[in-house]
Design a protein around this ligand. Sequence first.
Ligand SMILES: Nc1nc2c(ncn2[C@@H]2O[C@H](COP(=O)(O)OP(=O)(O)O)[C@@H](O)[C@H]2O)c(=O)[nH]1
Ligand SMILES: [Mg+2]
Length: 243
Amino acid sequence: MKLGIIGLPQCGRSTIFDALTGARGEDETLKQSRKDQRIGTVKVMDERVDNLSGMYKPKKITYAQVEYLLPSDILSGTSSKSESAAWNQARVCDALIHVVRNFKDAGGMAPTPEKDFRGLEEEMILSDLAVAEKRIERIEADLKRGRKKDEEEYSLVRSCCELLEEGRPLRMNPELVIAPQLKGFTFLSAKPHLVIINNDEDNESLPEWGTIPEGFELLAVRGRLEMEIASMLPEEAGEFLVE
Ligand SMILES: Nc1nc2c(ncn2[C@@H]2O[C@H](COP(=O)(O)OP(=O)(O)O)[C@@H](O)[C@H]2O)c(=O)[nH]1
Ligand SMILES: [Mg+2]
């Protein structure tokens, strides 16, 4: 399973990636201009696999793996090209982890988690709408040239456009999410999402949220603290957690 980590700049994506994959933090200067995506693979240790392999003694034991993908940073100034490159990396993922900043930034600015969340959600909806509208245009142009249109695909893509035009993500309509004819479009707003509220070290609670968006799970995580723990040696981490 491939999970993509997305979020606005400086929300803590790299920090969460390091926390999840146990990678030691990159140094700050490197972090600021990272052009390539990063991938970290984590084995899912599972007692059931251990028990079964104890019983059947297979030649090879393969645990399930989760692949975390951190898309390349969107470089300021070069907006649209690097932006679409980063989104295309997220498109190939099975699900997305949307990181939202909930700590004061370097300039001391208070976080605006709900606004940030909605901003990125809107971007995904608009990006999907552009893909869907392009397909509609294409089908209609082909029709004029005498090609037969695939009614089923046409009506599915039309339904996507309608939902997206209302500003709603495609995951709101399960029928569209599972339609095989739409799979190739790799719609961002159709993917399962987990929203991580990236809290400061001393904050364990979820922020005030006007309306929790439908079908969403919010999870409060102290990203920098988790990253620091993940980069400790096991015995250090044990002592730290006890304390
Ligand atoms: N206080 C606090 N700062 C954090 C936390 N997570 C990240 N930061 C800081 O926020 C800045 C941006 O984090 P980074 O992971 O590079 O964000 P990215 O741009 O989304 O990859 C860095 O200076 C981090 O040290 C957190 O949980 N608490
Ligand atoms: Mg980063």
